[in-house]
Design a protein around this ligand. Structure first.
Ligand code: HAM
Length: 421
């Protein structure tokens, strides 16, 4: 019986890896422009970490975590909790009051797989810890926008505020009163959520719940003065930076740690999976996990979704990859000198490919094309005897003789001059 990958877990094959590397390179480049440093954490963490940070009454913790119950450990469903754990454990704030950290890697959630939704998926995650200023929120959001812009993706940005421990609890009470009044019209999940996690009712996707939520009280109108000021300052700063956005008072986010600013980068090109990236502030989280009382804000982008969008757009902007030179060795005696030449070229940083099977010229040119080679060096037995080869420019199909006299090192230097011209 053939063994296949698990449902929701996907191989990323060489043709697609080019796209993934491109996304990663753009992300690293842009994150580093914003002074971000990379951090890498383990994939397994104590289950307690996610329960305490993401929240017990969230879908992620209630039903989506891959947990080894007997060992009390879980495969991370997201990166923020792990970064905070590492931040606290290593006292990173002592070295630098404001930490800017990013990580790239796989996350695991037991959701129903569909286009753009996997059980093992990958995130680009960025966090700024220790800064409370609204300008920092705008800077971080601008960084996410810059990445999507430079990848050539068009998204819309939605913004909301979830308030703080001062203004959210009284708002929740008002919301529960409202939800109880309309409870007969709500779906079963929302009726349950009215008491476990009332804010989640606001972003239920079912049409009847959506309609009923239209008249629900708005947290944006119930923010305390500090949260209200913060929200307006974020909006002003975004406008100053030329970042377009719209308010979405129904945006709740599926993780409980958020306070104040929350945001989502949305696309209309991926069907049901509209969120390319999302994030927000989590000012109480570090303290709640036993660390210093430091604020934080961050976002994560789904790499599968970005990769799908790039592919749908015809992979514009992807760097061309391929061999610099393919060495077509056409007889058994030509294999050894060609392989030595390939080795020396590789030592010089050249992407050199070759075939050892002495196949026909036609077959080897076909392979050179498949490997996207810029040049092919054709070396036949007769040519070798004459200390000469033929260099073919694969794009123009122009051919010219090349001198293969002297030592392999000398031949290599001569070829390098042509390749680098
Ligand atoms: P999240 O909204 O759960 O936030 O996920 C962020 C992004 O990860 C989503 O917008 C989506 O692109 C991608 N994503 C989530 N689940 C899946 C899935 N099953 N398959 C494919 N892609 C998925 C967080 O994870 C927060 N930790 C973000 C954050 C960082 N907040 C503050 N700092």
């Amino acid at each position: 019986m053939k063994i296949q990958a698990i449902n929701g877990f996907k191989d990323i094959l060489p043709d697609s890896v080019v796209r993934w590397q491109h996304i990663e390179q753009r992300a690293r480049d842009i994150f580093e422009r914003f002074g971000m440093q990379e951090i890498r954490m383990p994939i397994l963490e104590k289950t307690e970490l996610f329960v305490r940070s993401i929240g017990e009454a969230t879908d992620v913790v209630e039903k989506e975590m891959y947990t080894f119950a007997d060992k009390g450990i879980t495969m991370r469903p997201e990166a923020t909790a792990s970064i905070m754990r590492a931040f606290i454990e290593h006292g990173l704030h002592v070295q630098q009051p404001v930490q800017r950290l990013y990580t790239i890697g796989p996350m695991f959630r037991h959701e129903r797989p569909q286009k753009g939704r996997l059980r093992q998926f990958h995130q680009l995650d960025a966090e700024i810890i220790g800064a409370v200023e609204a300008q920092v929120d705008a800077e971080l959001i601008a960084m996410g926008q810059m990445l999507l812009d430079e990848l050539g993706l068009s998204v819309s940005l939605e913004l909301n505020s979830l308030g703080c421990p001062v203004c959210r609890p009284p708002f929740k009470e008002r919301l529960v009163v409202y939800l109880e009044r309309i409870s007969t019209g709500l779906c079963e999940d929302c009726r349950r959520r009215t008491h476990t996690n009332p804010l989640r009712v606001l972003d239920c996707k079912k049409p009847t719940c959506r309609e009923l939520a239209q008249d629900a009280p708005s947290l944006l109108e119930a923010l305390c003065p500090d949260c209200d000021r913060h929200f307006h300052e974020v909006e002003e700063a975004l406008t100053r930076l030329g970042i377009g956005f719209s308010r979405n008072r129904f945006m709740v986010r599926g993780l409980d740690y958020y306070t104040r600013t929350t945001f989502e980068f949305l696309t209309t090109d991926l069907g049901a999976q509209a969120a390319v990236g999302a994030g927000g502030r989590y000012d109480g989280l570090i303290e709640q996990l036993g660390g210093p009382a430091l604020p934080g804000i961050g976002f994560a982008m789904g790499m599968e979704r970005i990769a799908l969008l790039l592919e749908q757009q015809g992979d514009a902007g992807l760097p061309a990859v391929g061999a610099d030179i393919f060495l077509a060795a056409l007889g058994p005696e030509t294999i050894a000198p060609c392989s030595l030449l390939a080795h020396l070229l590789r030592r010089e940083g050249v992407r050199a490919a070759m075939d050892y099977s002495s196949r026909s010229l036609k077959a080897q040119l076909k392979q050179a094309n498949r490997q996207n080679a810029r040049f092919t060096l054709i070396v036949g037995t007769d040519e070798l005897a004459r200390q000469q080869g033929t260099l073919r420019n694969m794009a123009s199909q122009e051919q010219r003789p090349v001198d293969l006299s002297g030592s392999a090192a000398e031949q290599c230097q001569r070829l390098l001059r042509v390749l680098r011209a």
